[in-house]
Design a protein around this ligand. Structure first.
Ligand code: PLP
Length: 709
């Protein structure tokens, strides 16, 4: 966390440097001072922003497994949006300044894609082009090769920028004519290199003692700039040979600084970057209107400071208006992104060859929150999901989840329109149902459920009806699956039953092969993957294990040993009171005190998902210690005994999760209530808000995403 603090601060400096490029604050001091500031120091700013983007966006694409491009897509979307807003913002100014005189559609396109629609905005399309190029290359090149390609592009860029005068002396000069037909400058060629440098910085150990190297390289770069200037060979002056190495050590210097993050500077620097040209116009206008031109415009330093101040005011207004996540409610569920990633990794290691994870996120991801959990899974490269109902599938799509979504349960034929609209895959239960869907006359993607002994959904594995369904022309049958129902227990009786199920399914699969029917086949659930991974299949439909537990504690604790619970369910303590001997607590005179007690009222009840069956047996964790529940659990509160524990209103109680050394698992609750963890989870109410937390921090301290359920 800490290493980003200096990056945050330098963002602000970089934004102010960009302003200096457009205002030349030292022009009044000396031309050389102005040149060094705006053509050397300030030339670090834009490459710095690009490196930061690469640092945060590219590692998961280049070094993560599954070439996941979730962050890249999000970054493209965000940059595109900022660009769009800026283009619209500067449209009137551009018109006024005559930027669009004699414009043709082709010129407009060139301006929009390569030049940046307003002169300083080129950075935004350059980053988008650079990211897209790297994404494209990552399909078939290793990071090292992409880096080499980026260096090559940088050299091409140099030739059209500060070394152009030298290039025109060689036969290569003509090539640049062609480049300039597309883009007025070659500075966009710098984006891939700086983006890749960011990715490399994230992957590598930080360099020790980068300061002297940075200083030397900066001196070399300044000398390079001055020499090129005296030779008068520059066509533009934003790229130097010494710029990338110089920036590398600057970046290392910043990464090595141990300062607190200041996230507000991220948007502040972006706002300054976007609005400062408007601020320049405003300052000039104000000077004209007040007759203060000598002070506000002709004095370059004052002019610069006025523009910075005005842009700064815009940034402050933006920050004040920016939407912050609402403060956490009285009962809440934290989802540990690290634990989820750990479980996905642990489960992937168990997958047999050729088998993919199909996380089961039915029942609101077992009460965890289907949208935040699935978003996180998308980021981890997951591309197939299973739900139980069409509404659950639709909710994922509306939440922006990508990939296949299989509905495992029954959907009435009257709702098939929804299955199609949300690009879902429906399970077919039997031939009659299949015919009904087919009769609707619209293509539907489906998997066939096959019954191998559970006697739940599906045609029997040996039924001819299965093959008849393949003849229905509106059904696009993409898969066949069955469900194991006795794989959770190790005893022989259960193992034999599972072997029977597996054999019946395998026979069906053989028969399909014989008839040259190619479909996906899947059978494993959580226990199946743990106990019988050799069964294989194209997917493992893993539910409960993904959330870091198995259904019940005693028989399976050892299987789940390498999983981490994802969920923490906690609630505030509303009030603490003293109860005297002989007094009662809660409904129905359910508890009578025998001694003087301190009782805390916890602000969650069975409507929040605290099972009423826990009354008198459950415990919560407060300040790392167990406190027993007393009396009957109410709809909105329950009471715990905190005698001698120094508990106050406003403290929080953990109902499921860990606190210090202590942990209460969903399995512990399940055992006390005579059920399975699956039921405890899936009955968590809609009242507690769900949020993803990262880096082991907790929600109270504000380290959380704005992703919500
Ligand atoms: C719920 C369900 C699963 C997931 O089961 P877990 O035991 O939670 O892994 C898999 N397949 C089907 C058909 C299901 O209904």
């Amino acid at each position: 966390m800490k290493k980003y603090g200096a990056l945050d601060r330098f963002r602000l400096i970089a934004a102010l440097l960009v302003v200096s490029v457009h205002t030349s604050p030292l022009a009044g001091v000396s031309p050389i001072a102005d040149f060094v500031l705006t053509r050397a120091v300030a030339r670090l700013a834009v490459p710095f922003f690009m490196t930061v983007t690469g640092f945060f966006v590219l590692p998961e694409l280049l070094y993560g497994d599954g070439k996941n491009c979730g962050r890249l897509a999000a970054s493209l979307k965000k940059t595109g949006l900022i660009y769009l807003i800026s283009v619209i913002l500067y449209l009137p100014l551009g018109l006024y300044a005559g930027h669009y005189n004699g414009i043709t559609p082709l010129k407009a396109l060139k301006m929009l894609i390569f030049d940046g629609a307003f002169y300083h905005l080129w950075y935004l399309p350059a980053v988008m082009l650079g990211l897209s190029l790297i994404w494209l290359l990552s399909r078939f090149m290793r990071p090292g090769a992409i880096f080499a390609a980026a260096i090559f592009l940088y050299i091409v860029g140099l030739g059209g920028d500060s070394y152009y005068g030298l290039i025109t002396l060689t036969p290569l000069g003509g090539i640049y004519g062609a480049i300039f037909a597309f883009s007025s400058y070659t500075r966009i060629f710098m984006a891939p290199l700086f983006l890749m440098m960011g990715a490399a910085a994230a992957k590598m150990k930080t360099v020790k003692k980068p300061l002297p190297l940075f200083v030397d390289l900066f001196a070399a770069m300044t000398a390079e700039a001055l020499v090129l200037r005296s030779l008068d060979v520059q066509r533009h002056d934003s790229m130097y040979i010494f710029l990338p190495p110089c920036l590398w050590f600057l970046f290392q210097l910043l990464l090595g600084m141990d300062v607190k993050p200041l996230p507000c500077l991220r948007s502040a620097s972006m706002v300054i970057y976007i609005v400062h040209p408007a601020a320049i116009v405003a300052v000039r206008l104000a000077a004209e209107l007040t007759g203060l031109e000598t002070l506000l415009v002709e004095n370059a330093l004052v002019h610069y400071l006025a523009v910075c101040a005005l842009s700064g005011i815009a940034a402050v207004i933006w920050l004040l208006a920016e939407k912050r996540p609402d403060p956490p409610g009285r009962s809440r569920i934290e989802l540990d992104a690290g634990a989820l990633a750990h479980n996905v990794e642990a489960l992937r290691e168990r997958l047999p060859d050729g088998c993919l994870l199909m996380p089961v996120v039915k029942a609101d991801a077992y009460g965890h929150g289907a949208v935040p959990i699935s978003k996180e899974l998308n980021r981890l490269g997951i591309r197939a999901f299973a739900v139980a109902t069409v509404e659950e599938g639709a909710r994922l799509r509306r939440g922006g989840i990508r990939g296949d979504i299989l509905i495992l349960g029954y959907t009435p034929p009257r709702q098939i329109g929804l299955v199609r609209r949300y690009r879902l895959i429906q399970t077919v239960t039997d031939l009659d149902y299949a015919r009904e869907l087919n009769a609707l006359g619209r293509k539907v993607r489906v998997h066939l459920a096959v019954d191998t002994g559970m006697n739940r959904l599906g045609e029997r594995a040996d039924s001819e009806n299965i093959f008849e369904m393949f003849g229905l022309k509106h059904l696009k049958i993409e898969g066949v699956f069955t469900h194991l129902c006795a794989d959770d227990r190790p005893e022989t009786k259960f193992a034999d039953f599972t072997a029977g199920q597996t054999e019946r399914f395998a026979r069906l699969c053989d028969e399909l092969e014989k008839r040259k029917i190619k479909v996906k086949k899947h059978i494993l659930n959580s226990y199946g993957l743990f106990r019988y991974p050799e069964i294989g299949g194209d997917y493992a439909r893993v539910g409960i294990a993904l959330y870091g537990v198995l259904s019940d504690g005693p028989t399976t604790a050892e299987l789940a040993a390498d999983l981490k619970p994802v969920l923490t369910f906690r609630a505030d303590i509303a009030q603490v009171k003293t109860v005297l001997p002989g007094e009662n607590v809660g409904y129905g005179l359910g508890f009578t005190a025998e001694r003087v007690m301190e009782v805390a009222v916890v602000a969650a009840g069975y409507a929040d998902g605290v099972p009423r069956a826990l009354s008198g047996r459950g415990e919560v964790l407060i300040k790392g210690r167990r406190a027993p529940m007393v009396g009957l659990i109410c709809m909105d509160q329950f009471m715990v005994d905190v005698t001698g524990m120094d508990v106050r209103a406003g403290d929080s109680a953990v109902i499921i999760g860990s606190d210090g050394e202590e942990r209460i698992t969903a399995c512990e609750l399940a055992d006390k209530c005579g059920t399975v963890a699956n039921e405890i989870f899936s009955r968590l109410g809609s009242r507690p808000e769900r949020r993803i937390v990262r880096g082991g921090k907790n929600w109270e301290k504000g380290f959380c995403d704005t992703d919500r359920a």
